[in-house]
Design a protein around this ligand. Structure first.
Ligand code: A2P
Length: 280
């Protein structure tokens, strides 16, 4: 192991599940990483084992952590896998000096990850009143909760059309969503619904790409609706879910409100819901 560069800097952080079981904080599961895929120097996804007792609603998030200097450090992560998947998947940013992600980005299959036991969140089908079409507006890692929702049969039962928008700085950052949508359409279970109802709409803001611009600008100019061949936002039939940075949420929310949609919550379903894509 002399040549393993991970050893020198993060020896006290990355551990095997068996090593952590004894030291695990109360209220947390110790799970094992099963796969890791890096997309760019800013983005990666990882999969891990799922505790048999763990249940969640598509679109919810959970606290994921590592033991750092003997203490657990957690950040909120949307669950990207569908409820029927036997593993759990997460899509993460890498923040160079991020207290958690500077370590988490180095995990490999076999390493241990902590997960708090209770999922929560507002990006759930139950927080929306019935409608015809649902827009899932995402930027960057904000696509994660929608990766779960577009693989949930309930989403297709509730809506005739599911429009997943994903805008990123660079073309390579779209790859996670492109693979996801392709797998969803070809999935033996969910593909039947997704083929007819799911639309993937992408744009890039800092590189050449066939469609450029922020999602907010594409809404404002009407290009989004023109490209999709649908009428502008209508509170009678359209529903929205928003996940991205604080600024992206604020600006997209304003546009939905200007179109007459109102914000909902778990205890008060309405026409759109929001959740911040977490970083750290
Ligand atoms: P831009 O390149 O113009 O900043 P980030 O990785 O910083 O979260 O950005 C992901 C995507 O979200 C980028 O394409 C970025 O565009 C876009 N974005 C950033 N702020 C906003 C905003 N206020 N409204 C809409 N899109 C935004």
């Amino acid at each position: 192991m002399r040549n393993d560069p991970r050893k020198s800097t993060v020896m006290n952080v990355l551990a095997k599940p068996a090593d952590l079981e004894a030291a695990a904080p109360a209220g947390a599961f110790v799970e094992e990483v099963t796969a890791v895929q890096h997309y760019t120097d800013r983005l990666f996804r990882f999969r891990m084992t799922r505790p048999a007792s763990f249940r969640f609603r598509s679109g919810e998030f959970v606290m994921i952590g590592l033991m750092i200097d003997g203490k657990p450090l957690y950040r909120a992560y949307s669950i990207a896998s569908p409820a029927w998947d036997e593993e759990l998947e997460f899509f993460s940013i890498k923040v160079p000096d991020g207290p958690l992600t500077s370590h988490l980005q180095k995990i490999q299959p076999g390493d241990a990850v902590l997960m708090k036991k209770k999922p929560t969140g507002t990006l759930v089908n139950d927080a929306l009143v019935p409608g015809k079409r649902v827009y899932m507006f995402s930027t960057g890692t904000g696509i994660a909760p929608f990766a779960s929702l577009i693989r949930d049969p309930d989403t297709y039962e509730k809506f005739d059309q599911v429009i997943l928008t994903h805008s990123c700085r660079e073309v390579a950052e779209l790859k996670y969503g492109e693979d996801l949508v392709e797998q969803t359409i070809n999935d033996p279970l969910i593909g039947e619904f997704a083929k007819d109802k799911l639309v993937h709409y992408t744009s890039v803001t800092r590189e050449d790409f066939p469609r450029q611009g922020r999602i907010t600008d594409l809404i404002k100019s009407g290009k989004l609706f023109e490209d999709l061949g649908v009428p502008p936002l209508d509170p009678a039939i359209d529903r929205g879910m928003i996940c991205g940075s604080m600024d992206m949420i604020k600006d997209t929310k304003t546009l939905l409100e200007e179109a007459g949609l109102t914000e909902g919550a778990n205890n008060k379903p309405a026409e759109f819901v929001v959740e911040r894509a977490f970083v750290g």
